[in-house]
Write a protein that binds this ligand. Sequence first.
Ligand code: CA
Length: 365
Amino acid sequence: MKRRDFLTTSALGLGAIGLSGCYREENKISSKNINVKKGKVVKLKLATSWPAHFPIMGTGVDNFAKRCSELSGGTLEIKVYPKNILVPALQVFDSTSMGQIDAFHSGVYYWKGKNSAFSIFGGMPLGLTSEEMITWLKFGGGLELWRELYGKFNLYPLIGGTTGPQMGGWFKKPINSLADLKGLKMRIPGLGGEVMKKLGVNPVLLPPGEIFTSLERGTIDATEWVGPALDSMMGFAKAADYYYTGWHEPGSILEITFNKNRWEQLSSEHQAIITAVAEEMTGNMLQEFRYKNAKALQELPENVQIKTFPKDIMDAAKIALNEVLELESKKNNDFKRALNSYNNFSKLNKKWDDISTKNFLNIRG
Ligand code: CA
């Protein structure tokens, strides 16, 4: 079938490729029998928090839209709008909630101001890895709770990718003890930033476009970003020599989130396609991050020294994190529920992980 013919029959609500002839026959008999929904082209607007075709995250969501179209025989058209084209990067949550757009692709940690519980669905410092997070969300009750709490904002979330373990960040000077953190200005958002604050760091928020210049000029002393693949593109190695291993984002979760009314209006076929493609994207993104980080690590310039934070800092970070979590649990019952669910899974998972993956990685060496 030619594309123009397809568009014409689609516009009339007549059937997917290969079935349109059959629908036409029915049409002659009674228009009431036509399943108008089946062949109708559904167009959705999806805004992201990333620049156009941003590596891994942006290209991941571009591919998500392409796959939805392919698998639906062209009946599901998702137009991706990079940040600030249709909606400012951090307005995508509100715009989708209000129904100005149909969906968004972003990071869950951005919305802790809406409800601090959301930060838990995005991942926890010193906590679960990407694979463990996805397991908790899908099998341990996390996603159910996430959907309940997003439902209050008229939103329906799906897991929309994950970064794998992130690095601890770039520092202009080595950090040898807790004392070296005092008064340090660091770009670090989320729960990781709150923990760092308790350790004496002055966490600052900067838009991505300003991070490199601030680090180079010494306006900030340190910054975290993602991992070698994306950090190399930011040029941080030209501004700082010490690259610390990660602790604060062991498995950050991204989201593809729909306006709930819009989601419920979609056919069950389109819902199934979106759900399957979101899973595909999540797997692909995790593998792409792993491969590209491994490669970029090998290609870091010679001035870069990979370092790990000393034990006293990580011990203090664990204590500070527990204080942050306890305080927030007292303030917000949703946070307490999400944390309980997360902790229950963590406990369950730990015993098995200790004798399986962790043990194996130790043996493998
Ligand atoms: Ca980060």
